[in-house]
Every structure is written in structure tokens, then in C-alpha cells.
Design a protein around this ligand. Structure first.
Ligand SMILES: *Cc1c(COP(=O)(O)O)cnc(C)c1O
Length: 408
């Protein structure tokens, strides 16, 4: 740790720092308190009681009851469990409604189901507009008698755009369709109250809210049909086999309690920092465009396209200053493919490639934000000097050959 250079971490939608209080709560369970929560003896029993506390802490954050919380290994497992359980509940129904901008945990599962079952499962992916918003009339029209489940994310991980899932769940309910939401990015950032919601299934991931990686939870509405994904022992009331990841679950519980106490700060101080960062960049840098609806959005996320530069080049330059961010294009495979989210929003080619996502947390400071605002204009100007696309569009001459990107 000693020679780790200081890092300005603005990639909190990818993962978050484990809060020191979370780590502290976990440590005894790596040491002396190693009992199995299912054991009959009191040595295991005390672990079982802490597990029950953690379940209550998770439930409280989202206005649920403890018995509606099933612990899983990650957000991805929660998503898979929810969608597969809903399909099992209605074996005669073959239709899934989702969106074009889901996280791969939902997107790839739906595509896999479609292929695996020889297209017996039909998947409708709802489009979004230029702001990343859904059309509710289109949603209603997509539901039919064959629809088993709707899976729509609460908050988009790339843009932070929020979908009206509570309203959408009510519509699904009136049509007898189960409603799942991937709320991995929403939990801890916006108020959620399942007691007043029609949502049947909701996914949570620990490492997006200052708990460790490799733990998640699935909310299952009391009385909703359910089938386990992992079949084995009687853990989680038979809803998820396997001895519980006790330490991480205790960490998740602690993180949820902290998140509940910090909701206010997330929506005031963190939001103000995000807005300052966003305005600082948009006002100083020409040809910079905000991706995603300005208001209907998480308080911590901004996604900005800097036209005529590569997002990955921006990231490498930011990295030299110790600034961690992420980009909406992945050129690791050699072919530059802009994100499916930005493509679904119809972000033009020249802008989609130059997108950068900056996502904050309660650990960020104003000094850090000022530093990024000071460094970014120079980085973009330098990259544009080298960009043939920028040269040709702004100086009338094409300098150099540049790279030709092939995008579908
Ligand atoms: C991170 C993330 C997931 C996956 O969670 P893991 O715990 O990493 O499996 C799912 N959905 C969204 C929206 C996410 O941001």
C-alpha cells in the first residue's frame, strides 16, 4: 500500500471502495467467528444471528422485510435467478420484455435464452430515445398474453439514466406479468421503498455500494412465485443452496446501513460535485456533449462525449494523472465498438467513440473535482491536435491517415 500513488477514483459505477467500517464489521468472521450459521450449536448460532441482522439491514435500505431478501454471490447471479425463476413460474409463457440498454448480466442472459431454446423464448428489447429514455406506450404495447417477465434496469450503469420502473411494474402487474428490475446502480443512490411498489424481483450487488465484490442480494416479493437457481441445501429457506458467504454478507449489511444514512449526502453533496464537474467540463471544452437525460438521472454519474477523440486515449491520459474513469468504447479487441447503450441512444459515431463516464461516491472531494476540471481541457486539446477527424472538420485539411473505425 505504501508506494501506491494517490488515486482520484471516479469509476464508482464499475466498483467501489470497501468502506473501512464495512471491513471492520467483517474481520472477526474471518478469524475466531468461523462457525456455520446453520449449525445447532451456539458457536454457529451467533454467526446465524449476525446474518439475520445483515438481512434486516439490507431489507431496511429498500423498505422490504427480511424474509424477502435472498443472498447471492453477485448482482449477475441475482439477475439470472430472477429471470429464470420468472420463466419457470410460467412455463407456458415464452416472451421476455427488456430494453436495449441493459447491463450484460441481463442482456446476454436474454440473448442466451433466445438461442438456447431454439428461439422458443422471444425477447422484445425496448428502444430508447436520444436522451436514453423509454416510451411507456411502446412498453404497454409490447406486453402480451405470452409475456412471462419484464426485466428493466432501474438506473443505467453507463449514463445514470433512471427508468420509471415503479410505474412500469404497476402496468405489468395489471397484465399478470412478473416484473424484475436490475437495481444494482440505484440501490444506495436513490430512495427505494418496496413496501409501496409493485416490483416483484429486484437485484442488488455489494461492490457497487462499498461492500466487497462477490456478494449480492435478490429481493423476492412475499408470495411471488420463485424457483432457486442453485439447488442444494436448505440455506436461504431453500431459495439458494450453498453455505452462506458469511463475511461478505455481514459487509453487505453494514454497507446498506451506511448507504441509508448517506442517501441525503449522495443527493446533495455528491450531486453538487457531479454537477460542478459536468459544468466545468462542458463549459470549457468545445464539442463536448452530455449523454443521457440531464434530470432523470442518478446523482453520481456523468457521461460526456468529446467529439473527434478516442475515449480510450482520454483514459490513458487521465491515468497518467492518477484519475480513474471509464469509456463507452472498448478497443481491446482491436475493433472499436462503441457501447451498446450509446448506440441505442443514437449517439453519432464521432461522439460515441469519445465518451467518458465519470462516476462519483461519497469518498470524493471538491479538490479532486477541481483537479479533473483543470486537467481535462489540456488532454482533449492535445488529442485533438493529433486527430485527423478534428483537423478535417475544424481546419479544412486532413492531416495524417488516422485510424478507420469499422462500426456496425
Ligand atoms: C455491476 C452491475 C451488475 C453486475 O453486478 P456483479 O456483482 O458485478 O455481478 C449488474 N447490473 C448493473 C447495472 C451493474 O452495474
Amino acid at each position: 500500500m505504501a508506494d501506491q500513488p494517490p488515486v482520484i477514483y471516479l469509476d464508482n459505477n464499475a466498483t467501489t471502495k470497501v468502506d473501512p467500517a464495512v471491513l471492520e464489521a467483517m474481520l472477526p468472521y474471518f478469524g475466531e467467528l468461523y462457525g456455520n450459521p446453520s449449525s445447532m450449536h451456539s458457536f454457529g448460532g451467533q454467526v446465524g444471528r449476525t446474518l439475520a441482522t445483515a438481512r434486516q439491514q439490507v431489507a431496511s435500505l429498500i423498505g422490504a422485510t427480511a424474509e424477502e431478501i435472498v443472498f447471492t454471490s453477485c448482482g449477475t447471479e441475482s439477475d439470472s435467478t430472477a429471470i429464470l425463476a420468472a420463466l419457470q413460474a410460467f412455463p407456458e409463457k415464452r416472451h421476455i420484455v427488456t430494453t436495449r440498454v441493459e447491463h450484460p448480466a441481463v442482456k446476454h442472459l436474454c440473448e442466451h435464452l433466445d438461442r438456447l431454446t431454439g428461439h422458443k423464448h422471444r425477447v422484445t428489447k425496448l428502444p430508447v430515445d436520444r436522451d436514453g429514455l423509454l416510451d411507456l406506450e411502446q412498453y404497454e404495447a409490447a406486453l402480451n398474453d405470452d409475456t412471462a417477465v419484464v426485466s428493466v434496469m432501474w438506473a443505467n450503469n453507463e449514463t445514470g439514466v433512471l427508468f420509471p420502473v415503479e410505474e412500469m411494474a404497476k402496468i405489468a402487474k395489471s397484465r399478470g406479468v412478473l416484473f424484475h428490475t436490475d437495481a444494482v446502480q440505484a440501490v444506495g443512490k436513490i430512495p427505494i421503498n418496496m413496501a409501496e411498489s409493485a416490483i416483484d424481483l429486484l437485484s442488488i450487488s455489494g461492490h457497487k455500494l462499498h461492500a466487497p465484490k462477490g456478494v449480492g442480494a435478490l429481493y423476492v416479493r412475499k408470495g411471488a412465485p420463485f424457483a432457486p437457481l442453485i439447488i442444494g441445501g436448505h440455506q436461504e429457506k431453500g431459495r439458494r443452496g450453498g453455505t452462506e458467504n458469511v463475511t461478505s454478507i455481514i459487509g453487505l449489511g453494514q454497507a446498506c446501513e451506511l448507504a441509508a444514512a448517506r442517501l441525503e449526502e449522495e443527493n446533495s453533496r455528491v450531486r453538487q460535485l457531479r454537477d460542478k464537474l459536468e459544468e466545468g467540463l462542458l463549459s470549457q471544452i468545445p464539442n463536448a456533449i452530455l449523454n443521457g437525460h440531464k434530470e432523470q438521472r442518478l446523482p453520481n454519474t456523468t457521461n460526456i462525449s468529446f467529439e473527434y477523440v478516442e475515449g480510450e486515449s482520454i483514459l490513458l491520459h487521465l491515468d497518467q494523472y492518477g484519475i480513474c474513469a471509464s469509456s463507452g468504447s472498448a478497443c481491446t479487441s482491436g475493433s472499436l465498438e462503441p457501447s451498446h447503450v450509446l448506440r441505442a441512444m443514437g449517439v453519432p459515431f464521432t461522439a460515441a467513440h469519445g465518451s467518458v463516464r465519470l462516476s462519483l461516491s461519497v469518498f470524493n472531494t471538491e479538490e479532486e473535482i477541481d483537479y479533473v476540471i483543470a486537467k481535462m481541457p489540456g488532454i482533449i486539446a492535445k488529442l485533438r491536435e493529433m486527430s485527423p477527424f478534428w483537423q478535417s472538420s475544424h481546419q479544412g485539411s486532413v492531416g495524417g491517415t488516422g485510424c478507420r473505425c469499422e462500426c456496425s
